[in-house]
Every structure is written in structure tokens, then in C-alpha cells.
Ligand binder design. Structure first.
Ligand code: UDP
Ligand code: MG
Length: 328
């Protein structure tokens, strides 16, 4: 129950932390109403149980949707005190939309969650409790992913272990459902990079952190906004933003190929000198050339990817542009 006594109310507002729940949305008109219902009930319950203060709110980030998402957010914000939103000028992708939300709110703690309610909102209570006991970052980790397709589960899990092998520090089976304290977000502001892979960046911040696990549910409405192309882009971002292992692999590959061709040369010379037999056929010449040509092109491509990254970073363009807000 919210206390109506002015003195006590002001004490509780000043001592209780404020919470913003950041929700990136791209063409989410089908699920938005349900998201608002579920999250505002959760927020109201947290306020009533005096875990957070009444200045807390839900913060929708419309990532340049082409459907009615913004109109709905605008409408909800007029009717619900707990709802605010911003609209990005164009689609910038999940990671940047999330970042726009984290950087535009200024509360004691921020929880990021997907709009489709695949992440268990009941875990939010535990996250808030962990913040209360001194954690700056609380990672939501999926204990089961039964509702994800077999393909998604397999690719995601092998990707996590690949990143781990490449020396990228990430939390296994954690996506972007997490709580961050104000000081953790302020430290994140100091990372100027525009190629953003939050799952890799946030463990770099340090601070006291912990994990809460939950079962991943099915998307409540609408279709995935992460087609394979966007998934691959994010996966590649994760590797090239945090690991130079692909470049090292090229060097090792080059060394191995050179050693093989050197030994072949010795073998051919040996045949020529001691057995007088020439190697018949042109395929034995052409195939290695094609193979090495392919390896070189792939290697150049990988080096090019890193150079492209330097190129986009040096331009230091704004990561996103906020077109509208539902509040002053
Ligand atoms: N999303 C976004 N911009 C995009 C793609 C996705 O803001 O370009 C949001 C989307 O609205 C959702 C979250 O990112 O809130 C995760 O997307 P989705 O649930 O479709 O991904 P999946 O769970 O299928 O991987
Ligand atoms: Mg989803």
C-alpha cells in the first residue's frame, strides 16, 4: 500500500530507489498492449511493496517502426502515468535502440527487457532485491530455451562457446535482460564505440554483479524481429568487436599453407632429380592455386572487416537520433 502521509511519503520517495524498465520495440504493435499490461502491473506491484519509488516508469524505445508502434506508445503514455517513450528517427537495430533507452533514462536502476515478453517478468523482483543488496549489474540467464526453435538454440549455444574460445568475456545464455545501476550505466557512457555489442561490453565494466535464472517463454504475439541476417550481423559484431582471433587464425593459416607448399616443393624436386618422373596433369597445379587464392580472399575480407570497423569508429557519427519524446 502506498502511504498517503506527506512526511512518510517524502521519506519513502527519497530513500527508495527509482526504476526504469527499458523496452526496445521494432514493429511490435501486436504485442504492445499486453506488454504494457504486464509491465505496468509489475511496476505497480513493486511500488506498492515499497521496493521502488513512485517516480519509476516503463520506457519504450520505438526503433523506427513502420507500423503503429509509435502511435500506440504515444497513446499509452497519455493514459498511463507509468509510461514514457522515445522514437528514434530510423531503425538502428536492437542494440542501439537499447542503448538509446539506457542513456535517456536517469534512474537509480534500469532493467532492459524485450517487448515480446519472452523474458520472465517475475524475475524482476529478484533483480531489484539484488540491487538492494549491493549488486550493480544483475544478468538474466536462460536456464531453459525449450520455446526457441532447435535451430536458434543450437546456433546460439555454439556461438556462446565460440566467443568463449575466442577469449570474449560474456555471460553464457544471457541476452539483454538485465538490471544496471546508475553508476554502471554512467560507466558505459564512457565507451565511445559505435559498433555496439552490449553482451560483450557490460562484463567489461566490472562492478559487483550476479545472475538470476529463468525459463525463456515463447513470444507472446507477432513474429521475431531478428531474421537470420540480423542475427548474423550481431554475431559478427560480437566477434570482431572483442576478439582479434580471426586475424591470428589468418596468420596461422598462412604459415600452415606455406609449410605445406614448401614441403611439396621439396617433394617435387626430389622426384625430378631422383626418379626423373614429371608430375602429369595440370590439376595438381591449378587446384592449389585456386585453394590459396580462396584463402587469400577470405583473409583479405576478414582484415577488411576490421578496417571497416576502424573506419566507422573514426567517423564517430551519432549512434542514434531521437526524433520524438512523449514527455518534456
Ligand atoms: N528489436 C529492435 N530493433 C530491431 C530488431 C528488434 O528494437 O531492429 C527489438 C524487438 O522489438 C524486441 C527485441 O528487440 O523487443 C528482441 O527482438 P525479437 O524478440 O524479435 O528477437 P528474438 O527473441 O526472436 O531473438
Ligand atoms: Mg523475442
Amino acid at each position: 500500500m502506498i502511504n498517503n502521509s506527506p512526511d512518510l511519503a517524502s521519506t519513502s520517495v527519497s530513500t527508495l530507489p527509482s526504476l526504469a524498465i527499458v523496452v526496445p520495440c521494432f514493429n511490435e504493435e501486436e504485442v504492445l498492449k499486453l506488454t504494457v499490461d504486464v509491465l505496468s502491473a509489475k511496476l505497480a506491484q513493486l511500488i506498492e511493496s515499497h521496493k521502488i519509488n513512485e517516480h519509476s516508469y516503463i520506457y519504450f524505445v520505438d526503433d523506427g517502426s513502420s507500423d503503429n508502434t509509435w502511435a500506440l506508445i504515444d497513446d499509452f503514455s497519455c493514459n498511463h502515468q507509468l509510461i514514457r517513450g522515445i522514437k528514434l528517427s530510423r531503425n538502428k537495430g536492437h542494440q542501439l535502440a537499447l542503448l538509446a533507452g539506457l542513456f535517456s533514462t536517469n534512474e537509480d536502476m534500469v532493467i532492459s527487457i524485450d517487448a515480446d515478453l519472452q523474458d520472465d517478468t517475475d524475475v524482476i523482483d529478484q533483480m531489484v532485491d539484488r540491487y538492494g543488496s549491493g549488486d550493480d549489474i544483475v544478468y538474466g540467464v536462460r536456464s531453459t530455451r525449450d520455446t526457441d526453435s532447435k535451430f536458434k538454440r543450437l546456433t546460439a549455444e555454439s556461438y556462446y562457446s565460440l566467443l568463449d574460445k575466442m577469449g570474449v568475456e560474456i555471460v553464457y545464455n544471457h541476452a539483454d535482460f538485465r538490471l544496471m545501476s546508475k553508476r554502471a550505466i554512467n560507466s558505459l557512457r564512457e565507451f565511445p564505440e559505435s559498433n555496439v555489442f552490449l553482451r560483450g561490453l557490460i562484463p567489461q565494466l566490472g562492478f559487483r554483479s550476479s545472475i538470476v535464472s529463468y525459463s525463456r517463454l515463447a513470444r507472446q504475439a507477432g513474429e521475431t524481429k531478428y531474421p537470420v541476417s540480423k542475427m548474423l550481423k550481431l554475431a559478427w559484431e560480437g566477434v570482431t568487436s572483442f576478439s582479434v582471433m580471426p586475424l591470428r587464425l589468418i596468420t596461422s593459416m598462412g604459415l600452415i599453407v606455406s609449410l605445406i607448399s614448401l614441403s611439396l616443393t621439396f617433394w617435387v624436386l626430389y622426384l625430378k632429380i631422383f626418379t626423373q618422373s614429371a608430375i602429369p596433369g595440370w590439376s595438381s597445379i591449378l587446384l592449389p592455386i585456386l585453394f590459396i587464392g580462396g584463402v587469400q580472399l577470405i583473409s583479405l575480407g576478414i582484415i577488411g572487416e576490421y578496417i571497416a570497423k576502424i573506419f566507422t569508429e573514426t567517423k564517430a557519427r551519432p549512434k542514434y537520433i531521437i526524433e520524438k519524446k512523449t514527455y518534456k
